[in-house]
Design a protein around this ligand. Sequence first.
Ligand SMILES: *[C@@H]1O[C@H](CO)[C@@H](O)[C@H](O)[C@H]1NC(C)=O
Ligand SMILES: *[C@@H]1O[C@H](CO)[C@@H](O)[C@H](O)[C@H]1NC(C)=O
Ligand SMILES: *[C@@H]1O[C@H](CO)[C@@H](O)[C@H](O)[C@H]1NC(C)=O
Ligand SMILES: *[C@@H]1O[C@H](CO)[C@@H](O)[C@H](O)[C@H]1NC(C)=O
Ligand SMILES: *[C@@H]1O[C@H](CO)[C@@H](O)[C@H](O)[C@H]1NC(C)=O
Ligand SMILES: *[C@@H]1O[C@H](CO)[C@@H](O)[C@H](O)[C@H]1NC(C)=O
Length: 556
Amino acid sequence: MFPPLALLLSYAVTVSAAVHTWPSPKLDALEAQRWDQDDTINGFSSFVQPCTFFIRGNDDGSETGRANGPDWIRTAYHDMATHNSEDGTGGLDASIRFAEEQSRPENAGTGFQNTLDVFVAFTTRHVSLADLIAIGLVTAVENCGGPQIYFRGGRIDAAEPNAPGVPEPQGDLNAHIASFKKQGFTQTEMIGLVACGHSFGGVEHKPFPEIVPELNDPNNTLSVQHFDTTFDFFDNKVATEYIAGTSQNPLLVGANDTTNSDKRIFASDGNKTMASFADSSELFASTCASLFSRMLDTVPKDVELSDVIDPLPVKPSEVQIVLGTNGKLQLSGVVRLFNVTVDDPQRTVQLLIDSHSGETTTTTLALDRFSSAMGGRVQSPFYAFNQSQDADGNQVGVIELDPAKGIEKMRFNINGKVEDQGGVGFKVEDGVVFSETSCITTVGATEDDDPVAGRFDIAVRTGLNPTRVFLEQEVKDSINRTVVKETSVEKPAQPGSAGDGAYEIWSIQVNDANTYTIGAEIDGGKFSTIDTHSLKELTACAPTKRRVWHKRRPGA
Ligand SMILES: *[C@@H]1O[C@H](CO)[C@@H](O)[C@H](O)[C@H]1NC(C)=O
Ligand SMILES: *[C@@H]1O[C@H](CO)[C@@H](O)[C@H](O)[C@H]1NC(C)=O
Ligand SMILES: *[C@@H]1O[C@H](CO)[C@@H](O)[C@H](O)[C@H]1NC(C)=O
Ligand SMILES: *[C@@H]1O[C@H](CO)[C@@H](O)[C@H](O)[C@H]1NC(C)=O
Ligand SMILES: *[C@@H]1O[C@H](CO)[C@@H](O)[C@H](O)[C@H]1NC(C)=O
Ligand SMILES: *[C@@H]1O[C@H](CO)[C@@H](O)[C@H](O)[C@H]1NC(C)=O
């Protein structure tokens, strides 16, 4: 009835990756989350640096025996393991966030909630919790010595718990083979996936007292018996120690043979697969890269994943345009150069701004910061359009543009070579922008209260005639999926004029201190600003106006 998913999935990692064209808000955000792993704006690799780091660690710094990385990898597998390749249901869809799934015996332990507690804060309209679970595995494996994992985006968070499906240690070999087959993996792939997963982590006493006793080890206060001697680091020790007969893996050498599932699984092909992993760390790494990618791509059948998200070599980010109180357009942003020497004094980076009237202005950019990925194996400098920052590190420097000319697109000149995405340039929307004439009409009762009312002024390019303009607010629905609430901004009968007539001002009354972006429908396309605004950042409407600056926002 349904296409054999196992067969489809086996092609997954051979499909060529693609560099998308900027801007593409969802892919841009996923690309940043995946490739700017260690970055103040997007990354969450600080949770796996060092690889021993555990968010529920001991106050005195002594080791618990646990680490975040193993929890993240286990979370991805347990969330995926509900997949039923026969009917296409289940898979990596963040259904593990539901208490009902976490309370099942197959999901014993606190690792899932610990993991989700970190990831939930990074969810946006563009990056689902399920995509973050996948990026979590990628980040943990890549940061802790593992190979590059191919990542596709577009996972959708499930609306309800999935049917159970995670194999348990007391299952017999046939039960395990059947379980992995249901998920879409052959017996050989099962051996690989278990070995790859068990390069990290171990079994903790508390949820599994019958498998692991209290260890009474001051360097392992939660009594976690590890699968290999490098429980927080990717390597083939899980195989070399097994083949050498020195392994202390609790699912191999446990006192009760019933729960020695790794023993049954590893030996199930006469040790052929495990011996090959022990012989070659390269084979182990490449096999794990491929199996982990397939595992992450195991999603419900109605979910369509993107191509593998390759990094953009030249990528604008955090690009914001507002209309200043002085009537000039204020452009800010950065451009990232992927995986090049961070601080190359010979490098010149110039921003070319092409106006609507076809003129080009050139600005030389300065190094701002850098991101890294894969445990520092990739480093990418960012150059700021205008590097000036305030004391809190918020970018305040802007490039002022004549509103009459506006901006059509950007290009970059790097060491004399023009980067313009094969001629299309980096398109920038200046048709609907926030105006810094926005202000507060009613302050709170006390100084600490949020302002209670104010006015957002939205500048709409004269003659543009957008189909619709609206405020956007990201909110969680009843099951914690991020959705965008839209509030229409009506075109006034007699719009005010700004920017020497280049813009009309459309105003809307706002009665809360929530954070908003601005959206518009223009020529059948939908557009949203990156910059966020809240009454909290504005000043009183009259008589004097002070310049205030929006904060940087993740996900660009
Ligand atoms: C949704 O989030 C709230 C607040 O963090 C939490 O209490 C609840 O358990 C979450 N529910 C699901 C299904 O994730
Ligand atoms: C705990 O770890 C420290 C530092 O690695 C080591 O010196 C000490 O011997 C360990 N203690 C035990 C009981 O293993
Ligand atoms: C071994 O484990 C199984 C499954 O948990 C359990 O049913 C059995 O009683 C255990 N045997 C012993 C001797 O503890
Ligand atoms: C597989 O390897 C393990 C560990 O070295 C060993 O105990 C077992 O006898 C081997 N099994 C086979 C079928 O070779
Ligand atoms: C980053 O650059 C190094 C050195 O040029 C290269 O070996 C490596 O493959 C690059 N990594 C990625 C992910 O592109
Ligand atoms: C950069 O921003 C600062 C602070 O706003 C401003 O004084 C300066 O003129 C700007 N430089 C350029 C090149 O626009």
